[in-house]
Design a protein around this ligand. Sequence first.
Ligand code: GDP
Ligand code: IMO
Ligand code: MG
Length: 435
Amino acid sequence: MTSAASNLAILGLQWGDEGKGKLVDLLSARFRQVVRFQGGNNAGHTVVVDGQTIALHQVPSGALHPGCFLVVGSGVVLNLEVFLKELENLRTRGFDLSGRLLISSKAHVILPHHIALDQWREGGANKIGTTGRGIGPAYEMKAARMGLRMGDLLHPETMADRIRLGYEEVKILLGGTATLPPLEAITENLIKLAQPLLPLIGDTQDHLWKAWRKGDSILFEGAQATLLDIDHGTYPYVTSSNCSIGGLFAGTGLPPKALHHVLGVAKAYTTRVGAGPFPSELLDATGEKLRQVGREFGTTTGRPRRCGWFDAVITRHACRTNGVDGLGIMKLDVMDGFPEVGMVVGYRDGEGGTLESLPACAADWAQVQPVVKTFKGWDAPTRGITDPKDLPAEARSYLAALCDEAETPLAYLSTGPDRNEGFVPAGSILEPLLR
Ligand code: GDP
Ligand code: IMO
Ligand code: MG
């Protein structure tokens, strides 16, 4: 995988926050290009290096490796103010991105009325539990052909005309309930914010195509996860982009043959932020213990994450959807010391029948009864283990069952947040890169 034919995607298999950032950072050292292709600052990817924690939202998580060229693809929606703060934060912490960052001229800009609309909807009865960052409306305006692209920032005189209709529609909808800045103030602010970013805007599709053809290795960093995918997730409790494999091609403009391997990332248990189905959720002291030990509070919004057992049904669906070659299983250490650990291995419908595939509608999800299999827990700590031989036998059995249920082999086991906490098992698709 170190040859030209070694491009890898890292995708979330649950409801986000699986630990994608750690794996992207860890693997970035072996890649020349690191690419974000969808999502925006709803993402929060945490990287921990030598005890120092850095949360990345829109900048690809290869930022900490000076040899990585960072690409923000066309499928991303960008909040300029947040992006500039992120760059500044990285600069003050010693990570200079100059000369190694390119933003697609086709990526869309998140505008103040997108944020206002998102937050207004979340104040109503049909809450999705969004991050409130304007992500949904930014993608809606893109689909409605009322969006502003990064390339439009190079033509400031056209900006007001591009966004006027969307702005007026939101204003009518919100009536007097939201105080939107005047359109002129929005465009003036955009022109100011865009100044330092203008030299970074370009044709990322062409850049990536040339990089691929000359044999640069490319790492694709997914944001969110398959169960939050607008098509293949738990609709309507999803985000507004395709966070599974299809979004990678739409969001970069590269063809499928430019991708060679898919690493799927899942926690050894499950979490979700926001509303929506979660059949393996634990609403008891066990769930609370997972939350406290796993520090399950959102990187982006600080909200407590809902916690539950590993759900093999959703993970298998995600592995099939994305063609996952290997699993990155994260946070096994959080499950240390539980007398028993559970795993959801099947779903029954309202009549007691077995469901062969995931329901499509929220009403059907509400009927799902999880089938939980119980495993003996392990006492010995797994935190920081770097040798598979050191894993307690019970943890090994649990992992074997997990991979079996997900129909996918283990590619990486994470036993702590730091880069050096975890290991690549023999035969893993990552073996040529990390061993
Ligand atoms: P992402 O959105 O998929 O990148 O994940 P987040 O960064 O939002 O959340 C994952 C959290 O788990 C971060 O705080 C990581 O530092 C942390 N983490 C990652 N791997 C491990 C691990 O193996 N063990 C523990 N205890 N924490 C981990
Ligand atoms: P990373 O990349 C976890 C969730 C929100 C909400 C739903 C829709 O860090 O894994 P949105 O603001 O996107 O319209 O919210 O999606 N959500 C995430 N949950 N991790 C994320 O990103 C998420 N991005 C969005 O909580 O339920
Ligand atoms: Mg996250």
